[in-house]
Design a protein around this ligand. Structure first.
Ligand SMILES: [Zn+2]
Length: 141
């Protein structure tokens, strides 16, 4: 009989949003905020679950950065109307466009891994999950 690990919970999404392992919450996954370990030191999850896995992280980072730039432009536009100008909005949004992608990069990796885990749940043995629930009496040894 195949046993499925539990589906990601709100707690798993919070862990992913803080650049922690979305399975176990381990926080020490990055060296100098750029280089991610291959496997989680706590649960053993291999983060690059399939070839091309990180393309989703790049897409996540691109969408998040674009949303941050759009939010900045809309906010600046609302604050400066009716005297807003294109060059002024570009000067306000440019720092956001430069800073957000590298700062959000590690978080986009853990968020994408959480999204991937939602779409393709953990296979048995892929990670060590410590259960907080007791197994039902009929499944105990
Ligand atoms: Zn982990």
């Amino acid at each position: 009989m195949r046993v499925h690990p539990p589906a990601p919970t709100f707690r798993n999404w919070i862990w992913a949003a803080t650049a922690a392992c979305p399975v176990c919450g381990q926080k020490n996954l990055f060296h100098r905020w750029r280089k991610m370990v291959n496997d989680c030191p706590t649960c053993g999850l291999h983060f690059e679950r399939i070839e091309g896995h990180w393309l989703g992280a790049v897409a996540t980072n691109t969408v998040a950065s674009a949303l941050a730039v759009m939010a900045t432009i809309i906010t600046a536009l609302m604050l400066t109307l009716p005297d807003s100008s294109g060059p002024q909005l570009i000067l306000i949004a440019a720092p956001v466009a430069i800073i957000v992608p590298p700062v959000f990069f590690p978080i986009s990796k853990t968020i994408w891994t959480a999204v991937d885990l939602r779409m393709r749940p953990l296979e048995p043995g892929e990670a060590t999950i410590e259960s907080t629930h007791d197994a039902p009496a009929d499944q105990q040894p």
